[in-house]
Design a protein around this ligand. Structure first.
Ligand SMILES: Nc1ncnc2c1ncn2[C@@H]1O[C@H](COP(=O)(O)OP(=O)(O)OP(=O)(O)O)[C@@H](O)[C@H]1O
Length: 295
């Protein structure tokens, strides 16, 4: 087991965000962290990376309490791609080389250069190597930040909404690169995603946060319509297209109304629906009758 989060509780001043969150991840696994806006997904990622200190509970990387690790040790073990990225006046090559910083003692080695070149090739960024970050589009910049995380050669990759800003092709490319690296190097990947279809396609495990707690966690079986409806308030069907599992949202549920008012409105709705069904049945019967008479 490479990552373990044990009974973590976190609050910002007086606002509780996480309460009793636990999970573990093995080498070679990708975990998708899911939930509504504000559910605490980024906060959880920051607790794992020691950016935030939980009031209760512990995150362990490779068996070590992250609070006992120095910043350098954390940087060698955990790479973090945040939602908000800076764009200083570096070239793409230099920005990715920064990922090697936790390993560079005196000077950049041949190996560091080799790793950066490999990552740039893998991310199809070779042609951009000498461009300044300020000359890139938002999506290209996002890929550079991800490339830097890969150059860090971590044991745990933490990606907070890595597909933001990316077009369809790059979304698929970045997530498959991440998944392949996790499998190849037997590291672990934790990725915050809003797109359930991308999560289903690229993750092995899923963790839904709701009301500060883990609402559901496990393999693809937890990507069930009941869970998704409970977490997001949206009805969905899960189907398959060309062998790929696909979640199709049907409609968002209306926020529940106060009990008394809701009861009368729900009553009216039910009556309307019964009337509509009766009218539909009547139309179908008369169409059938007409066809019979013509025959
Ligand atoms: N620095 C902060 N100080 C106070 N409250 C914060 C701070 N950062 C986040 N919060 C609050 O904590 C809650 C959880 O935020 P967090 O960013 O972890 O959610 P999230 O699930 O990642 O959301 P999103 O999907 O919108 O990115 C939110 O209500 C947010 O407003």
């Amino acid at each position: 087991m490479i990552l373990r989060v044990d009974d973590v509780a976190f609050r910002y001043r007086s606002v509780p965000v996480l309460d009793g969150v636990s999970f573990s991840l093995n080498r070679g696994e990708v975990l998708a962290v899911l939930g509504n806006n504000g559910a605490g997904k980024s906060t959880l990622i920051k607790v794992i990376n020691k950016i935030l200190r939980p009031q209760r509970g512990t995150a362990y990387v490779d068996g070590k309490d992250v609070r006992s690790l120095t910043l350098l040790e954390i940087a060698q073990k955990v790479a973090y791609v945040s939602q908000r990225n800076e764009s200083p006046r570096f070239t793409v090559f230099d920005a990715v080389l920064l990922g090697r910083k936790p390993y560079i003692k005196w000077d950049v080695t041949e190996r560091d250069i080799q790793i950066v070149e490999d990552v740039l090739r893998r991310m199809r960024l070779e042609d951009y190597a000498l461009r300044y970050l300020t000359e890139l589009s938002g999506g290209e910049l996002q890929k550079v930040v991800i490339a830097r995380a890969l150059a860090q050669e971590p044991e745990v990759l933490l990606f907070d909404e890595p597909t933001n800003n990316l077009d369809l092709r790059n979304q698929l490319e970045v997530l498959s690169i991440m998944r392949d690296l996790v499998k190849e190097r037997k590291i672990a990947g934790v990725v915050v995603l809003h797109d359930l279809n991308l999560a289903l396609r690229f993750a092995d495990k899923f963790l839904f946060l709701k009301d500060r707690k883990v609402y559901a966690a496990g393999g693809p079986e937890v990507m069930a319509p009941e869970v998704i409806r409970a977490v997001y308030g949206v009805s969905v069907v899960v189907t398959h297209v060309s062998g790929i599992p696909v979640i199709v949202p049907l409609e968002a549920e209306q926020p529940s109304l106060p009990e008394r008012e809701g009861a009368s409105i729900r009553g009216d709705g039910a009556e309307d629906e019964a009337k509509l069904q009766a009218a539909a049945a009547e139309t179908a019967m008369s169409a059938l009758d007409g066809r019979r008479r013509r025959a």
